[in-house]
Design a protein. Structure first.
Length: 402
């Protein structure tokens, strides 16, 4: 059903045609030329164009639907991607889902496909109305949109198989937060209410959140999913289960594709990480750089035992092996040479003046090295400036493995 008392009217055919025609134009320039387009609210349409431009890659299915209303561009930047929404939909299923934080509704829409009915809650009337309109355009008739405070509905006895929360991740001063207690709504402070409403809870947070700190704030924590997409760690997912006898959570690293399917995965827990044996080595035949999601999860030592690789140094977070390990969760390279941080030596192994530079545990940043060595960005060669276990500073010249 639509948000109570404020049904969204959507876009006219003329407005849709304008957006289609100017989708790849500069929104600011369109506003400056607004006088040319009689009878149209160009400011409103430019905002739709700007948001759709942000959404083209992140939300391909929604972008392809010309009838949908998009929120301001900042909201599009902050919402889940379709890739991570697809992944979340693979975690949950049942008869009823409650989404207590609403918003644009990307996660709610994809997860709702796994349930008989879904209750979406949003406190901002305009946001709820836009979501109701979009759900209708997408044929998501089993999502019930409620404008209001979700916690009140839970206090009144609303129950479900799963409850989903994506608490706001900024404080009153718009600063990014690292504790769940500083998010809105306070899911940690309302654990009793939430677990009474649903036996299974899925909480999405920013990758900036401290996993171990959050695990102390939550109850009945079963799993923490650390989601990587393309080259970034995108989000953390905390799965709570009312039947968990004690706090003994597993960490699941998932590097996913555009369909939300894992390309690489790694499951471990804190005890395994503590007990994992690490061997150190100078660079061998291949070099590995863990994905940002693996580093966020804290699987520094576990990588060695799971993938039979060795670390270059305790704090360098680069790994090596004699034989190629194709399933390593991150970027892999074939080592051509190990040089001193001396451009004359490096150039002996570098055709041309172009390379991709990375610095790990090294006293200079990539841009500083690029300027000092007069090397342009790009090309097929990769330079890793790092520190080895014996504290020597080196530059490892690599290419992608064939």
């Amino acid at each position: 059903m639509a948000a109570e008392g404020n049904e969204h009217n959507g876009l006219t055919e003329t407005e849709i045609a304008f957006i289609r025609e100017h989708l790849h134009h500069n929104p600011g320039e369109l506003i400056l030329k607004a006088g040319k387009f009689k009878g149209l609210d160009v400011k409103k349409l430019a905002a739709q164009i700007q948001s759709r431009q942000k959404a083209l890659k992140k939300l391909p299915e929604w972008s392809a639907n010309e009838n949908l209303i998009f929120p301001p561009a900042l909201s599009v930047e902050q919402c889940s991607s379709e890739a991570t929404a697809h992944y979340k939909a693979g975690i949950v299923s049942g008869n009823t889902l409650i989404d207590i934080t609403g918003g644009m509704g990307i996660d709610c829409y994809y997860m709702s496909r796994r349930f008989g009915e879904t209750h979406y809650f949003e406190q901002q009337l305009a946001v709820a109305a836009a979501a109701a309109y979009n759900f209708a355009q997408l044929g998501a008739s089993r999502i019930h949109v409620h404008e209001g405070e979700s916690l009140h509905a839970l206090q009144d006895g609303l129950k479900a198989d799963w409850l989903y929360a994506d608490p706001a991740r900024r404080d009153a001063n718009k600063e990014k937060v690292v504790r769940l207690a500083d998010c809105t709504p306070d899911v940690a402070g309302n654990m009793g209410l939430l677990l009474n409403a649903a036996p299974h809870i899925l909480i999405k947070t920013s990758p900036l959140l401290d996993i171990d700190l959050a695990s102390k704030e939550l109850q009945k924590l079963k799993e923490v999913h650390v989601i990587g997409y393309e080259q970034e760690c995108k989000e953390l997912l905390f799965v709570l289960d009312r039947e968990m006898p004690e706090q003994d959570f597993e960490i699941k690293v998932r590097i996913i594709d555009a369909a939300g399917q894992p390309i690489h995965q790694l499951d471990f827990d804190r005890e395994e990480e503590r007990n994992a044996l690490v061997r150190y080595s100078k660079p061998l035949g291949y070099l590995y750089e863990p994905h940002a999601a693996v580093l966020k999860a804290g699987a520094f030592k576990t990588l060695c035992t799971r993938f039979d690789v060795q670390k270059l140094a305790m704090h360098s977070q680069l790994y090596t092996s004699e034989d190629y390990v194709g399933e390593f969760p991150g970027r892999s390279f074939k080592i051509l040479a190990v040089c001193k941080p001396d451009i004359r030596e490096i150039l002996q192994h570098l055709p041309g003046d172009k390379a991709n530079i990375t610095a790990r545990n090294f006293p200079a940043k990539p841009e500083e090295l690029r300027k000092k060595w007069k090397i342009k960005d790009g090309g097929d060669h990769y330079l890793f400036a790092t520190t080895l276990a014996d504290q020597s500073k080196v530059v490892i010249v690599c290419v992608k493995p064939i």
